[in-house]
Design a protein around this ligand. Structure first.
Ligand SMILES: [Fe+2]
Ligand SMILES: [Fe+2]
Length: 218
C-alpha cells in the first residue's frame, strides 16, 4: 500500500492559459491582471519547492521543470506583446523596455542552469540556486508590476480584449525552454523566432517523452 503524499502531485502545477485565480471574463478585461496572476503562480511554484522534503527528488525536479516552462512562456509572451507596449506608451518606456529585456536575458541564463540540475546529485546547490532565482525574479517582478500598473491605466476598454488575445496567442506558441544563447528577447525578432523555438521545444518533448532536453546525463 502506498502512503498518500501530503503534497500535490507534480502535474498539479501544469496550467492552462487561465490561471485559476481569475475567470476568463476577468482576464479578457485586463491582460495585466492575467500577467499578475501568472506572477503569483510562479512564486507559488518556487515557494512550494521549499516545503517539499529534500529527499523528494522527482517531485522537486518536476516542480523546477514546470517553473522553467512557465517562466519561459511568460517571458516570451511579455517580450512580444507587453514590453513593446510599455516602450511605446510610457514616458520613459524606452529605458524600461531595455531594463526588462536585460532582466529576461539574466533570467534565461539562470533558468538554463536550473534546468540542467538534479535534486539528488546536486543537493544543497540545487536549493540555493532555486532560492537565488527566486530572489532575482522577485526583484524583476516587483519593478515590472509598477510599470504594468502604469500601462494598465493607459489601455482603453476597447483595446483590452485584443491585447489579451495577443498575449494568450503568444503564450500558447512560446518556447518552453529558456534558450539564452539563441532566443532573442527583443521585438520584432522575437516575433519571428519564438514561435519556431516553441515548435522545436515541443518536438524535443515529443521525442524524449517529456524529459527535459537540456538536463545533464548522470
Ligand atoms: Fe511578468
Ligand atoms: Fe517580465
Amino acid at each position: 500500500m502506498t502512503t498518500p503524499t501530503p503534497y500535490p502531485p507534480a502535474d498539479r502545477y501544469k496550467h492552462t492559459s487561465t490561471p485559476s485565480l481569475l475567470t476568463a471574463a476577468q482576464t479578457a478585461q485586463s491582460p495585466i491582471a492575467w500577467l499578475k496572476a501568472d506572477h503569483d503562480r510562479l512564486f507559488h511554484l518556487m515557494d512550494t519547492f521549499f516545503i517539499l522534503p529534500a529527499t523528494s527528488h522527482a517531485h522537486r525536479e518536476a516542480l523546477v521543470d514546470e517553473l522553467v516552462r512557465s517562466t519561459s512562456k511568460h517571458a516570451s509572451a511579455e517580450e512580444r506583446v507587453i514590453y513593446p507596449l510599455i516602450r511605446d506608451r510610457l514616458p520613459n518606456g524606452g529605458i524600461v523596455y531595455e531594463r526588462n529585456v536585460s532582466d529576461d536575458q539574466i533570467n534565461k541564463e539562470y533558468l538554463s542552469l536550473l534546468h540542467k540540475m538534479r535534486s539528488e546529485r546536486d543537493g544543497d546547490l540545487f536549493d540555493r540556486s532555486v532560492d537565488k532565482f527566486r530572489m532575482i525574479e522577485r526583484e524583476h517582478l516587483s519593478i515590472e508590476e509598477e510599470f504594468l500598473d502604469q500601462l494598465d491605466a493607459l489601455l482603453s476598454a476597447e483595446e483590452r480584449p485584443s491585447v489579451y488575445k495577443a498575449l494568450i496567442a503568444a503564450w500558447e506558441n512560446a518556447p518552453v525552454y529558456p534558450h539564452p544563447d539563441t532566443g532573442p528577447s527583443r521585438a520584432p525578432f522575437a516575433n519571428v523566432v519564438h514561435p519556431v523555438a516553441g515548435l522545436v521545444d515541443k518536438a524535443y518533448d515529443y521525442v524524449r517523452g517529456g524529459r527535459p532536453a537540456e538536463k545533464l546525463e548522470d
